[in-house]
Design a protein around this ligand. Structure first.
Ligand SMILES: NC(=O)c1ccc[n+]([C@@H]2O[C@H](COP(=O)([O-])OP(=O)(O)OC[C@H]3O[C@@H](n4cnc5c(N)ncnc54)[C@H](O)[C@@H]3O)[C@@H](O)[C@H]2O)c1
Length: 458
């Protein structure tokens, strides 16, 4: 019998997927129904099935090779994709081909070929492909969008954006599947997809060219030696230096990580605590990129994955002034049971420096929850049957997913070739996403007789 609820299945049942299961089975149970679960690891599959059963939901489980069968048997309206990055495209396309809508975690995919396949399949099937860019929903980042839309600093001509990953969360990318480019696309795709998407959306434009340089200069065997740790261990679990190494991750003592990964290692051999200093790591820990945009703006961007604090600083230079935003995040490791990416409000601020008027600090918009309060707001926008009109157009589709990953793919290419890479050479004729446009404020209408004294904070 049709319950009238929207039917969802999930594929990929690791740390990130827990938020979606919880939302479907608990928070949005009145309007949503979790009708199928799929993962390549039988242990995680059974665990999630048992978790749902404890909450009174009998949800059928399917192995990865039974994904198509799951779609036929459970008749979902939408498929939520939270597998490791390199498999997103396959599940997204198979789901859309079977007549389902898709909600996929970022990055939409990891290279331009997979990206083209997603765009073609979406066009052919007409299904909705939603990319879960939660960072847009963090209240301070929405506030930055609000201020830019108001025209307070005029037209943005350039952006300086610097993202720091710390030696807890940042180091963790070097332990996991993310450390191999074939799985994650490297941090320029896996992580910077968030940052490139934010800038595209903040500026309401799309990137044209990317030039990047990058290297792995910290997570190396030599760094372990310099600290006096052997760094020779394949993994933390049996490392002889576990007592001394500041990067030691004790899977046995962290219950969430133990249940999710250590207990299920026997099924697929996936090791969650590989040594961050091992030599076979493929991804960069230090990247600098220059990006040009279709609207004439340009960006200086950097990513550092061994910083002493986690967060970012972004500056917008506009025709009427400058906007500066800094955000510090609390320390966490993915899946350790703490709130991921929670903001430290005392380390987070937005300041506006008008060209010829006093500077001021904006009263910060805040919310509780994962990723600076973004996750619950995004879930409401995705799962609430009537989310209402969003002034900021935060819901992202395959076009936004494509433009953000293509920046990262171009950065990867540029790092190899030493040359700038055109986005159009990766995917031609890609349409711009729908973005709200900023209010036009001409400099003459704001400052017909500018006061040229130096203004400090009032
Ligand atoms: N938006 C965010 O802030 C955010 C945060 C964390 C993770 N993510 C994204 O969520 C996704 C999952 O990340 P995670 O941290 O949960 O990783 P994870 O390693 O904890 O989980 C990945 C899951 O995918 C399963 N899997 C692997 N290959 C599969 C296949 N071929 N078919 C089916 N299942 C397969 C694994 O068994 C595992 O259960 C990634 O794409 C990641 O980028 C997004």
């Amino acid at each position: 019998m049709n319950s009238g609820k929207k039917r969802y299945v999930q594929v990929g049942l690791g740390a990130r997927s827990e938020m979606y299961s919880q939302a479907l089975v608990e928070t949005y149970a009145d309007t949503c129904e979790l009708v199928g679960l799929c993962d390549s690891n039988p242990g995680r599959l059974q665990d999630r099935q048992a978790w749902a059963a404890q909450r009174g939901r009998k949800v059928p489980a399917f192995s990865a090779d039974q994904f198509d069968r799951m779609l036929v048997e459970t008749r979902p309206d939408a498929v939520i994709v939270t597998t490791i990055d390199c498999y997103h495209d396959d599940y997204i396309c198979r789901a859309m081909d079977a007549g389902c809508d898709v909600i996929t975690e970022k990055p939409m995919t990891t290279d331009e070929m997979k990206c083209r396949r997603i765009l073609e399949t979406q066009k052919k099937t007409g299904r909705s492909c939603r990319v879960a860019f939660n960072y847009r929903y963090s209240p301070p980042r929405t506030q930055v969008k609000d201020l830019l839309l108001s025209g307070v600093i005029g037209r943005v001509l350039s952006v300086d954006f610097h993202w720091m990953l710390d030696t807890f969360h940042g180091a963790d990318y070097f332990r996991r599947w993310h450390s191999y480019k074939k799985y994650s696309g490297g941090l320029m795709v896996h992580k910077a997809t968030h940052h490139f998407d934010l800038v595209n959306w903040w500026l309401s434009t799309v990137p044209q060219t990317v030039f990047a340089v990058g290297q792995r200069c910290f997570y190396l065997p030599a760094t372990a030696q310099a600290f006096g740790w052997s760094g020779a261990g394949a993994r933390c679990l049996d490392c002889p230096d576990s007592e001394r190494c500041a990067f030691h991750l004790d899977l046995r003592s962290l219950q969430g990580l133990k249940n999710l990964y250590l207990a299920n290692e026997k099924y697929d051999g996936y090791i969650r605590d590989r040594c961050v200093f091992r030599s076979d790591i493929e991804i960069e820990d230090t990247v600098a990129a220059t990006v040009t945009y279709q609207n004439g703006a340009q960006m200086s961007y950097s990513l550092n994955a061994f910083a002493a604090w986690e967060g970012y600083q972004v500056v917008f230079n506009g025709t009427l002034g400058r906007l500066e935003h800094k955000c510090e995040e609390q320390v966490y490791v993915s899946g350790d049971g703490t709130i991921p990416g929670a903001l430290k409000t005392e380390g987070t601020w937005i300041k506006v420096f008008p060209l010829f008027a006093p500077a001021y600090e904006a009263k910060l918009w805040v919310a509780e929850g994962g990723h600076g309060g973004a996750d619950p707001i995004m879930l409401a926008d995705i799962l609430n049957p009537d989310p209402g009109r969003d002034l900021y157009l935060r819901a992202a589709d395959q076009r936004a997913g494509a433009y953000s990953i293509l920046c990262g793919v171009a950065a990867n290419r540029s790092m190899l070739s030493g040359r700038p890479v055109d986005i159009a050479s990766l995917v031609a004729d890609l349409q711009a996403p729908d973005y709200p446009q900023a209010k036009e404020r001409s400099p003459s209408s704001v400052y017909s007789r500018p006061d040229r004294k130096t203004w400090l904070f009032s």
